[in-house]
Design a protein. Structure first.
Length: 42
């Protein structure tokens, strides 16, 4: 089995599970676009 495909599918499944957008997620997305990925992550 190709481990790259396995890891990429795991990442995609994790993102799909974390996608539901609520008010806090919208704030994080706005900060990420406005101030950069580090600030959005923090």
């Amino acid at each position: 089995m190709n481990y790259v495909i396995l890891v990429m599918s795991g990442i995609v499944m994790g993102l799909i599970a974390a996608v539901p957008i609520g008010p806090v997620n919208l704030i994080c997305i706005r900060r990420t676009f406005a101030f950069g990925p580090v600030n959005g992550f923090v």
